[in-house]
Design a protein around this ligand. Structure first.
Ligand code: 5GP
Length: 253
């Protein structure tokens, strides 16, 4: 029986105190939400797939020198990560037009961007994560100019890495969202890629057929989300031979 303290419960993950100071356990739930939680469902196995995929991406990023909060995967639903102070921004990189950009600017879905475009949304569910500019970020003190330079550099490195990885398995990386955390080493602060990277937070289209292999399948009722994520996991070779979804841990507060 697990004996640990819940720190935070989000829409797709629950965070528990880790076994050592400065660590956190991320538990990946099966809950799927869209449109600021107006649409909800439980998709069996989604948490397992996102845990494995996020591990794969974070380990790969680490291997090419992009710092992340990831320490190790603990089991099929949980990973151990470094605790960090999350900057309250969703950092979005777009290679092709989709989603809110098509609505906001009237650009046809799938149009290639002249270069990767980095956008920021202020993380606030009540406000629906509104788009903000670097002016807002600086004026409201969410991140310094130095942080912003580092954030853009990190976001573009993640984009290069993920685009290449996906291209290798016949998938086009349309866009994605990452979150950035601050970790403190003594007096020094470092920025790391935090939260998760998974088909919940990316748009992934099959290069040949254009088939959507990401959370748009759920948002737009395009079929089985588990099948789409399993396809991504299979192509990347991260599917376990036998995946037994773990039941929820018992909480003792
Ligand atoms: P859009 O702004 O077009 O809705 O989203 C752009 C990209 O960021 C998409 O890949 C989308 O999945 C991701 N994204 C935007 N907001 C969120 C969010 O609140 N949670 C997650 N998981 N991904 C998001």
């Amino acid at each position: 029986m697990a004996r640990r303290k819940k720190i935070y419960e989000g829409k797709a993950k629950t965070l528990y105190e880790g076994p050592e100071p400065g660590t956190i356990v991320q538990y990946f739930k099966d809950d799927a939400t869209a449109f600021n939680a107006e649409k909800k469902d439980v998709i069996e196995g989604k948490g397992v797939l996102n845990n494995l995929l996020s591990e794969h991406f974070m380990v790969g990023l680490g291997a090419v020198g992009v710092p992340t909060h990831f320490i190790k995967r603990l089991n099929m639903r949980e990973q151990l990560v470094r605790s960090c102070e999350i900057i309250p921004l969703e950092v979005i990189v777009r290679n092709y037009a989709a989603g809110s950009m098509t609505k906001r600017l009237g650009i046809e879905e799938g149009t290639a961007m002249p270069r990767p475009i980095v956008e920021y949304c202020y993380k606030d569910d009540k406000l629906g994560d509104p788009l903000v500019t670097e002016e807002h970020i600086a004026a409201f003190g969410w991140a310094s100019q130095q942080d912003m330079d580092d954030i853009i550099a990190l976001a573009l490195r993640v984009n290069d890495f993920l685009s290449g990885l996906m291209y290798g398995v016949g998938i086009r990386l349309i866009d994605f969202k990452i979150e950035i955390g601050r970790v403190f080493d003594g007096d020094f602060q470092r920025l790391v890629v935090a939260d998760e990277i998974s088909p919940d937070s990316c748009r992934l289209w099959d290069i040949e057929t254009g088939q959507k292999l990401d959370k748009d399948v759920f948002r737009r009722d395009l079929g089985s989300l588990t099948d789409a994520y399993t396809e991504v996991a299979n192509r990347l070779g991260v599917m376990p031979k036998q995946s037994t979804p773990m039941t929820k841990p018992t909480l003792i507060n």
